[in-house]
Design a protein around this ligand. Structure first.
Ligand code: NAP
Ligand code: ZN
Ligand code: ZN
Length: 357
């Protein structure tokens, strides 16, 4: 086993602190990755604070991982030492259910092995004696089929958030064929939201940001948004009723879905990717205008690779603030205050320093 420095949340109510874990030597089909950067997703906060229930502690969060392959198992064909790779929100799945066979491993009927706050598999089955540990650590051992190629040309720190924020916004934009001149609204300008703006723009859409932070107007426009509406202004919902073809809702906290559905045109689609506590929904919000409300969960391995290649082709990458691991608890507080432009990314070298371990 490989003793590996990490940071963990000991419980839902304590700050993250140094914690040593062990990684396994790569098996025949596995690779060992030295982690260079790891993005900080709002889902890390939800899970470290047990907002969704069922969290497993201690927890080493982090599912926006980029790094370098340093060792490969003797039957690995896809990767070699020195390759620049990524690991997203899951590290394994059953591989034989309908979803897995369709390349939509995120919907594995036996449950995917999420990168942290979940379990590794033994003989293909989730094994509760083997918790997964995420990217707030210096290295990770992963099956070769659950690793992504990070294309050249994307700065590595700015690539890390693509592994969750990127694919989570790319997948629904693609699924609902967002394209040239579609009127798209992105609700919430955080890690996911700012990727939604960049990706929808790259696909040719006319993009409006809806934000409860009026101070984000200038940076929203600088990110490429065509328009910005402050939802603090209640008139916005009446003035812009029926305006949008497609709404991507990335908000992490409770808000009124019905109000946003009012902004959709007839037959428009609103996709929820933000995952706050349950909210009331009125049937009338959908019936009047035959509107569609749906959700989306990250993306499969194939689509995640497609997204990375798309980002390289269109010059899309996250806007990041690089931090040392010792700033992680402060970063969580700042994210909860909406004070991040637009993704914190951990420089994992900070975990390699003796004082952080
Ligand atoms: P984030 O960076 O913290 O951004 C969330 C944004 O939501 C904030 O920047 C803010 O934007 C808005 N917001 C926050 N509190 C609000 C409030 N009280 N009222 C209205 N708007 C508020 O978070 P993230 O990493 O992008 O994640 C967003 C959500 O997506 C989280 O719930 C996360 O768990 C979920 N998620 C889902 C998936 C999936 O597969 N479906 C994947 C990753 C993450 P403004 O300041 O612009 O209003
Ligand atoms: Zn995430
Ligand atoms: Zn499966």
């Amino acid at each position: 086993m490989l003793k590996t420095p990490a940071w963990a949340a000991p419980s839902a109510t304590e700050p993250l602190a140094p914690f040593a874990i062990e990684r396994r030597e790569p098996g025949p089909h596995e690779v060992l990755i030295d982690i260079r950067y790891c993005g900080v997703c709002h889902s890390d906060i939800h899970q470290a604070r047990d907002d969704w229930g069922g969290s497993i502690f201690p927890m080493v969060p982090g599912h926006e991982i980029v790094g370098t392959v340093v060792k490969v198992g003797n039957q690995v064909e896809r990767w070699k030492e020195g390759d620049t790779v990524g690991v997203g929100c899951f590290v394994d799945s059953c591989r034989h259910c309908e979803a897995c066979l369709d390349g939509e491993e995120q919907f594995c009927s036996e449950g995917m092995s999420v990168t942290y706050n979940g379990y590794e598999r033994t003989d293909g089955k989730l094994d509760k004696s083997r918790p997964t540990w995420g990217g707030y650590s210096t290295r990770i051992t992963v099956d070769e089929n659950y690793v992504l190629r990070v294309p050249e040309g994307i700065p590595l720190d700015r690539a890390a958030p693509l592994l969750c924020a990127g694919i989570t916004t790319y997948s629904p934009l693609r699924r609902y064929d967002v394209g040239k001149d579609d009127k798209v609204a992105v609700v919430g300008l955080g890690g996911l939201g700012h990727m939604g703006v960049k990706l929808a723009k790259a696909m040719g859409a006319h993009v409006t940001v809806l934000s409860h932070s009026p101070g984000k107007r200038d940076s929203a426009l600088a990110l490429g948004a065509d328009d910005f509406l402050s939802t603090r202004d209640e008139d916005v919902f009446a003035q812009h009723a029926g305006r949008f073809d497609f709404i991507l809702d990335t908000v992490s906290a409770a808000h009124d879905y019905n109000a946003y559905l009012g902004l959709l045109r007839r037959d428009g689609t609103m996709v929820l990717v933000g995952l706050p506590e349950p909210q009331a929904l009125s049937a009338g919000s959908l019936i009047r205008g035959r509107k569609r409300l749906t959700g989306s969960l990250i993306g499969g391995i194939r689509e995640t690779q497609e997204m990375l290649d798309f980002c390289a082709e269109y010059g899309v990458a996250a806007d990041v603030e690089v931090i040392g691991i010792e700033q992680i608890n402060e970063a969580y507080e700042r994210m909860l205050r909406g004070d991040v432009r637009y993704r914190f990314v951990i420089d994992n070298d900070s975990l390699r320093k003796p004082e952080a371990a």
